[in-house]
Each structure stands twice: as structure tokens, then as C-alpha cells.
Design a binder for this molecule. Sequence first.
Ligand code: AMP
Length: 212
Amino acid sequence: MKIVLLGAPGAGKGTQAKLLIDKFSIPQISTGDILRKAVSEGTPLGKEAKSYMDKGELVPDSVVIGLVKERLGQDDCKKGYILDGFPRNTSQAETLDNVLSEINLPLDVALSVDVDFGILMKRLTGRRTCKGCNQMYNVHFTPPSKEGSCDKCGGELYQRDDDREETIKKRLDVYKAQTEPLIAYYQKKGILKSVEGVGEINEIFERICSLL
Ligand code: AMP
């Protein structure tokens, strides 16, 4: 299964991707995760990416496309992949089409996870991640039993720099202007499927599985 996950920040792409990897035994390629890792390791790539990420802007295409190309070329992608957070604009989508036809691994489906913007704001501002085990919480919807500390490992919970309110507004604006047009792009190609991304995580996953 070769999937692109579409959806605004906070739509739950990452959460659903984790369930899909288990079901289909294929790797998740999350450009956001790759970039955050580079930032935390302080690599030259991370240093370049950080200034854009902190402002809620997209990292330049030239940087991101190189990362994805390299990752898609690895052996574990031959049986399928889930692209999460890439492509983010039409130019990335066109480049992706070219790369995938070169390596003969064309997309099966572009899956759009749709969530109302008011709900997205609450999901993003409330999001907290454990420093120890990366377990995610939401202070509005799924709070930990003890504020600021992980139920699983007791680690400290933190808020992503780009989950602060001003940055979130910017990220949602960028999504509307640059990423949302991809829904029409994949619809035109006849591979778009849409799912309502509101409800229990497992319920949404069931919807996705029946669509796929
Ligand atoms: P995400 O975790 O997917 O919401 O990504 C977090 C941030 O990483 C975004 O706000 C961008 O600054 C950057 N980023 C992730 N994926 C891309 C991409 N495909 N193109 C450009 N920037 C990206």
C-alpha cells in the first residue's frame, strides 16, 4: 500500500499513520519527524529548518524533497510507504510524482483526514508530548492523570515550539493557502479518498480501513 496522508496540522495524520504502519507493515515517512530529529541533534539541516519551523512556515522545498527522495530510495519502501506531512504544496506533489515514477512505486491513494478548524485549534494548543517516551496527551481531551507528567513513564511533558497559539495560526494559514489545494490535485488524478477525522482514534481508523 502506497499512501499519502493529507490533512491540516492536528488532523491526526501522525496518529493514524502509526496504526497503518502496524496494519500494513510499511514505513511511515514523516517529514515533520525527520526535521524535528535534525533540530534536536543540532545538525546543519536542523539549524536551517528550525527558523522556518518556529515561525510556522514551510521549510524550503529543496531541503525537504532531498530528504524524502533519499528515504523513498531505501529498501523497506519497496513494499509500500505512508507519507505523512509531505507533499505540502503543488510543487512538492509534482516532484513526488516524478520521483515515484522513476522508482516505479506510484501512489495508490491520497487519504485526506478532514477536521473542522475550531477543533484543530484546541487539539494543537492542548497537545503535549512526553520527553521520555514520546507518548502524546491533550490537556483538553486526553489529559495525563498528573499535570505535566507522563502516565506511562513519568517523563516530563512538553509543548512543541510550533504548537504555540501564534505559530498554530500561521501553520493553519499556510495549510489553507499551500496544502489544501492538493485535495483537488489528487482528486483530479482519481486517487483521493476523504475521511472525517473527528471521533475516537480507533473509530477513525476503522473508517480509514474500510475506505482502503
Ligand atoms: P508537521 O509535524 O508535519 O506538522 O511539520 C512541522 C513543521 O515542519 C512544519 O510546520 C514545517 O515547518 C516543517 N515541514 C514538515 N513537513 C514539511 C514539508 N513537506 N515541506 C516543508 N516544510 C515541512
